[in-house]
Each structure stands twice: as C-alpha cells, then as structure tokens.
Design a protein around this ligand. Structure first.
Ligand code: SF4
Length: 80
C-alpha cells in the first residue's frame, strides 16, 4: 500500500495521505461505504461510488488530521 491513495469519483479526486491517518475512523462514521481501516488500522477506500459528493466532502471535513483531501475537476481543493 502506498503512502497516498487516490480515487476519482463524481467529478472529484479523493486522496488519503496514509502517513497522516491515525485511524480514528471519523471518515468511516460519515461514509461507511467509502472508507475502511486496513489491517494496519489506516484508512483505505472501499466503495466511494456508493456515496454522494456531499457526504464524501463531509467525510474529508470530519478527519481530525486532514488526511483526506478532496479536489474538484479543476484541481481546486474542495475539502478540508
Ligand atoms: S478520519 Fe482521518 S485519521 Fe481518521 S481514519 Fe479517516 S483518514 Fe484516518
């Protein structure tokens, strides 16, 4: 697993910086379809397609260490 995971969905680019993630799981509480903790206790993508844009952005906003970054199609940062 690389340090940064990327996923393109709904015109957004999601990024998890796995070096920042501390595994609190707030993102999973917001969007349990999209994120999970791997066997190291670090967030990974599961099925972000199952979640709408608003809730993906909410999940990124919920991360206490800003490990999830959301960019729009033009590369502008939408969250956090
Ligand atoms: S909310 Fe942030 S720190 Fe917590 S599991 Fe998700 S990515 Fe990791």
């Amino acid at each position: 697993m690389s340090a940064t995971e990327q996923y393109a969905v709904s015109g957004l680019l999601l990024r998890i910086d796995r070096t920042l993630c501390v595994g609190f799981g707030d993102c999973i509480a917001e969007a349990p379809e999209a994120f999970a903790l791997d066997d190291e206790g670090i967030a990974v993508f599961t099925d972000p397609e199952a979640v709408g844009r608003a809730r993906l952005i909410q999940a990124a906003e919920a991360c206490p260490v800003d490990a999830i970054i959301v960019l729009d199609g033009a590369g502008r940062q939408v969250a956090p």
